[in-house]
Design a protein around this ligand. Structure first.
Ligand code: NDP
Length: 486
């Protein structure tokens, strides 16, 4: 017995296992991708993009001005008739090529994603990049089958779509947006996030390599003003946005009264519910995966942990023990579990909300770990003694911070889980199948995972209710927003 205790108490020291940066070809500066070519910004400027783990400048990237956004829309408009007129099977072939090229350049893309965004290389290598390729593959397959997804209805593409994506899954979000749009015969103007433009620019190179017709995909890097200009520009038939609820509301207001179609994938404060009959060790892994994956920069992160009272103490003990084994540090090290916070602004937001949690009386526990001097870091953190009305229990922190409350019965769990302005995702941990289905059906959340968390698949729909937005991405449902039924 004592040998087991000793063995499980061991803390392993891992030798550094850094992924080589040699795979990453980052140019000193990048232009905008408009009409199939890289072009200098006309009324825009340039700004550096940083490695958040070191604060080193990786490259200078063009920031599109309103005139540049107009040019990109014109290029997309000019390309639209020919692209829509191609036989669907041909459009599918271009998507297959893009998917294959992502696979061929996977290592390079993974390294660049981790350098530019701060996420652990294990995640960009094993999740972000393969899933981005899988989305293009999946929608390549759908290109000539769209009417099957629509119950045989006649349809046409919407035309030119504007797509604005966030910094937490840069290439993957580009794939979620471009795959279905292109499969349905639309042309696109994509606006990546200010802090993570690089993999989108590599995707622009991939579009060139795939010989995608000029203007079908246009990429305008820049800050929020480029996104705002895209939303307000004439000649956009649909906007797809993923990001904060505040900006989503601003976009909805800007488009009110206009014929532009809109889908919004916004924030979340998702409940991860552990019942007393769950396999608790497995649940603890799911809690870790739910909140510390990608530093908690995940819209569907399981940031509200709901524990059944009878097992709360045991789960918390196991969770804290497991949390202390998380390795925080160099995103390029293959042993790293938790990488860098994406930006100074995001770190400030996390720190402010965590301070507010302490001020409101919740008990904070952050793991003790040596954090690098440069860069932006936040240790995995657990809050207990949380009141349901505390800001840390209500607002999206978008960082490695989980707040814990308890419940007594399934009904109370459901009520607490649904007591949120958001409705993006949830997790249910139980060995009882009928309880799992009953609880899942009662949860007002777009995605409910059972005995797992943060699993993504290109064939499954993803999206939310309430302030988490509307519209679905992924699978056949993801085609709907990109067609007009006739
Ligand atoms: P934003 O919503 O500001 O960013 C998302 C995208 O929208 C980025 O490309 C951004 O550009 C762009 N954008 C910013 N302002 C506008 C605008 N007025 N009109 C059109 N597009 C705009 O998120 P933040 O990066 O500021 O993050 C703030 C908070 O939002 C986070 O703390 C988190 O809580 C939440 N968030 C949620 C995400 C989710 O997936 N649900 C993803 C990202 C953030 P730019 O990057 O250049 O500012």
């Amino acid at each position: 017995m004592s040998a087991i205790v000793e063995r499980t108490a061991l803390r392993w020291d891992y030798a550094p296992a850094p992924e080589s940066r040699d795979a990453a070809r980052i140019a000193p500066s990048y232009d905008l991708f408009i009409g199939g070519s890289f072009v200098a910004p006309a009324d825009g400027r340039r700004a550096p993009t940083l490695n958040p783990a070191t604060e080193e400048v990786l490259s200078e990237v063009a920031f599109a001005g309103p005139g540049d956004v107009e040019r990109a829309i014109e290029a997309a408009r000019a390309a639209a008739p020919k692209w829509a007129g191609l036989p669907a099977l041909e459009r599918g072939k271009y998507l297959f090529r893009i998917a294959r090229l992502i696979q061929e350049r996977a290592r390079e893309l993974a390294v660049v994603e981790s350098l530019d965004g701060g996420k652990p290389i294990r995640e960009s290598r094993d999740i972000d990049i393969p899933l981005a390729a899988a989305h293009f593959f999946s929608y390549a397959g759908w290109a000539d089958k769209v009417s099957y997804a629509l119950g045989g209805r006649d349809w046409r593409p919407r035309g030119v779509v504007g797509q604005i994506i966030p910094w937490n899954f840069p290439l993957l979000m580009a794939a979620w947006k471009l795959g279905p749009a292109l499969a349905c015969g639309n042309t696109a103007v994509l606006k990546p996030a200010e802090t993570t433009p690089l993999t989108a620019l590599l995707l622009a190179e991939i579009c060139q390599e795939a010989e995608l017709p000029d203007g079908v995909v246009n990429i305008v890097t820049g800050d929020g003003t480029a996104g705002a200009a895209l939303v307000r520009a004439e000649g956009i038939d649909k906007i797809a946005f993923t990001g904060s609820t505040a900006v989503g509301k601003d976009i909805q207001r800007a488009l009110a009264g206009r014929p532009t179609a809109l889908t919004l994938e916004l924030g979340g404060k998702s409940a991860n519910i552990v019942f007393e009959d769950a396999a608790l060790d497995q649940a603890v892994e799911g809690i870790i995966e739910g909140i510390f994956f990608n530093q908690g920069h995940v819209c569907c992160a399981g940031s509200r942990l709901l524990l059944q009272e009878s097992v709360a103490e045991e789960v918390l003990r196991k969770l804290w023990e497991r949390m202390q084994r998380l390795r925080v540090g160099d995103p390029l090290d293959k042993n790293t579990d938790v990488g860098a916070i994406n930006s100074r602004e995001q770190l400030d937001r996390i720190e402010a909300l965590v301070a507010e949690g302490e001020r409101e009386g919740a008990t904070r526990r952050s793991i003790a770990c040596a954090l690098p001097e440069a860069g932006y870091w936040f240790p995995p953190t657990l809050f207990t003694d949380v009141a349901p009305a505390n800001r840390i229990a209500v607002e999206e922190i978008f960082g490695p911070v989980v707040s814990v409350t308890t419940f007594r019965s399934p009904a109370e769990a459901i009520e607490r889980a649904n007591n949120s302005a958001y409705g993006l995702a949830a997790g249910v941990w139980t060995d009882n199948g009928s309880k799992a289905f009953e609880v899942a059906s009662a949860l007002r959340a777009g995605v409910v995972w059972q005995n797992t968390y943060n699993r993504f698949d290109p064939t499954a729909a993803f999206g939310g209710y309430k302030e988490s937005g509307f519209g679905r991405e992924g699978g056949p449902s993801g085609l709907l927003p990109y067609v007009e039924l006739v």
